[in-house]
Design a protein around this ligand. Structure first.
Ligand code: NAP
Length: 371
């Protein structure tokens, strides 16, 4: 409701006020039947808004917007507030409420970001988050899942993981989570380095392993996926098994090469080529990741060992090509150029062979025939 109070206009040349104008560019007609004439009364009453104490028809739009934000906003609990958990939370916070728990106490850092930190997972789960997101190391996943107090959560909580391998957490979720929980396995295929400035165009792989039929559950899952979609990620829906097959051939090989080159000790020079810059970037992208992460890619993706062996074979084969050629050069230097001899022998053999018979009779035979 609007409350108006009469005030005195001190203007020398006051204008009649048929409309009250608001900053939203909405004008409302005032029910003034006979506007006072300045000539008759120099102190005619005007109206001044003292307060707005209830919802107005003109802020309907902003109410709708707020209601929409509330309906799509999720309460997300992140478990594992390390490198990747913190990175994700900075973007999640734009539209959602975040809670976190980790082995290490990150309370100060979390508070600074605007995330509520719970040192005890019981306290965290008593907040009844809509989504629980697992961002712990691949290696610690099973031990952790065995300890989490699921009984404190709401019956149909959505569980999400962001592990860099997919079949492994999928199977663990199906094994340890109560049957009423929804399961979404995801892999944002970027990290704090590659997704530093933007997530636009970066691949996000997901598999809706188990999402209940109810509209609210479907919507909750879609709202979560929307975070990545709205950031412009390339959304790729595929099974966990397919993911692991592709990822071993791409991501694991990338990490391996990055680590090999880091050990090798690449250094920038004043004459870096574009190719060399790519190698330096590769090292930069992978060196921030923990060895636990890399070891997890190897241990818990059954395709990784095969890829490592293929890499090894490819390296050996290239070395053979190089050393093979080097060997020829070395032989030439040791024994001189005997190519002429070899060529003569080869052409003689070609002359002698023709359907298993002699093409040209040897000179000795000719002589015998003539005799
Ligand atoms: P990480 O070394 O794979 O994991 C570190 C996280 O795991 C920290 O939150 C750490 O907790 C927790 N953790 C480690 N050992 C634990 C244990 N024994 N018990 C409980 N928690 C334990 O590094 P990350 O980069 O943060 O990756 C987290 C997850 O995201 C991994 O599964 C990884 O595959 C995935 N991911 C990472 C990237 C990336 O670019 N980094 C990209 C996509 C997906 P504390 O910090 O409290 O010790």
């Amino acid at each position: 409701m609007l409350i108006f109070s009469p005030t005195t206009i001190r203007s020398v040349n006051p204008q009649p006020l048929p409309y009250l104008s608001f900053s939203h560019s909405i004008s409302l007609p005032l029910p003034l039947t006979s506007p006072p004439t300045p000539s008759k009364s120099p102190h005619f009453p005007s109206f001044h808004i003292n307060c707005i104490d209830a919802a107005q028809p003109f802020d309907y739009e902003s109410h709708l917007k707020n209601r929409y934000i509330q309906s799509t906003s999720l309460k997300i609990a992140i478990i594992g507030f390390g490198n990747f958990g913190q990175f994700l939370s900075k973007t999640f916070l734009r539209h959602h409420t975040l809670l976190a728990h980790s082995r290490t106490n990150y309370a100060d850092l979390a508070n600074h970001l605007g995330v509520s930190f719970y040192a005890d997972p019981h306290d965290l789960f008593e907040q009844h988050p809509d989504v629980v997101l697992l961002s712990t190391s691949i290696l610690s996943t099973e031990t952790l899942l065995q300890k989490l107090p699921f009984q404190r959560l709401r019956r149909n909580t959505l569980f999400v993981d962001v592990l860099s391998v997919k079949e492994f957490p999928r199977n663990l979720f199906l094994k340890y989570l109560p049957p009423d929980f929804d399961i979404l396995c995801t892999h944002p295929m970027f990290g704090p380095e590659s997704g530093k400035t933007s997530w636009a165009g970066l691949p996000f792989v997901y598999d809706k392993v188990r999402i209940g039929d109810e509209e609210s559950r479907i919507k909750r899952c879609d709202n979560f996926l929307d975070i990545f979609e709205k950031e412009g990620c390339r959304m790729v829906e595929m099974s966990c098994m397919e993911h692991d097959k592709y990822a071993a051939g791409s991501q694991f090989v990338t990490h391996t090469m990055g680590r090999v080159l880091e050990k090798f000790g690449l250094e920038s020079s004043p004459i870096n080529t574009k190719g060399y810059e790519t190698l330096l970037n590769l090292v930069e992208n992978t060196k921030g990741d923990s060895f636990d992460l890399y070891y997890g890619l190897f241990m818990y993706n059954q395709n990784a060992l095969e890829q490592l062996e293929r890499l090894d074979m490819a390296f050996e084969s290239i070395k053979k090509d190089l050393f093979g050629r080097l060997h020829q050069v070395y032989r030439k230097q040791l024994f001189g150029d005997n190519n002429g001899e070899v060529e003569k022998k080869r052409s003689l053999a070609q002359q002698l062979l023709g359907n298993g018979s002699l093409t040209e009779p040897p000179l000795d035979n000719v002589r015998q025939d003539g005799s």
